[in-house]
Design a protein around this ligand. Sequence first.
Ligand code: COA
Length: 265
Amino acid sequence: MTGDEKRIHPHLVVSRKESIVTLRIDREDALGAMNAEIMEKMGVFARDLAADHTVRVLVITGTGRGFVAGADITGYQNVSQVEFDRFQRLSRRTFDTIASLPQISICAVNGYALGGGLELALCCDFILINNKTKVGLPEIKLGLLPGGGGTQRLPRLVGPMRAKEMILTGRMVPAEEAVSLGIALAAYEPGELMPRAIEFATSLADQAGVALAEGKRVIDDGIETSLAAGLTLEQRVLGTLFATHDGKEGIAAFVEKRDPDFTGT
Ligand code: COA
């Protein structure tokens, strides 16, 4: 753990650099597998983050050769139906909170992202990946199916046929293939992953804050609606941005041939 890292749970470590917050899952001996306590704490962290307007970008990563190898399978054994269902509802709440964060989220997939690990990554706006690792939804091999959004978010990203191939065979997809399928934006050498993730996060954090958050929202909401409703939303958002300080400042800076001084208002 480096000096500026704060442990918020035995398996969750948070650090901050200006307006960029990094959440690191730290459970190397179980390849980052998530149990109910980790899921609960991650949900609390995400709800607090959503209310923190000083944070622009969230980076989520893991430790060692696992990002998150899924739900903790050992915790699935000998639990009642009620407890199993409770864990699924908890995952839903945590993952929905992360997916709807006003901040931009980047998942830096350092190692295996399987089951709930890939589903967590799919809640983020961007996925960058270690080029030596693999992702997948292997739940079918347990006689189950994904329950953290995999059957819904993956097909929206790669189309139903490719999603069915991955979900119904449980195949682990190598990083470079994940990039070509559109699951990840880019793959990097293991040692390059975090520096590139932070560099990308910084390039996002430097943008006008209101436009950044609204850009994410208009795309995410637009995908779930009709084209006409999406276009109306787009125009309404643009009109609102024109009235912001940063909108005026960006135009003035261009005309005056100088760098804009965005304030996030
Ligand atoms: N839940 C709990 N523990 C897990 C886990 C999970 N989802 N995934 C891995 N682990 C644990 C292993 O039990 C092992 O613990 P041990 O050292 O105490 O035996 C440790 O992490 C290392 O895993 P191991 O299987 O020995 O490593 P590997 O390199 O041979 O294989 C994987 C790596 C990821 C292919 C393999 O661990 C795996 O298939 N994991 C389950 C993935 C899955 O089905 N996820 C969906 C869950 S719903």
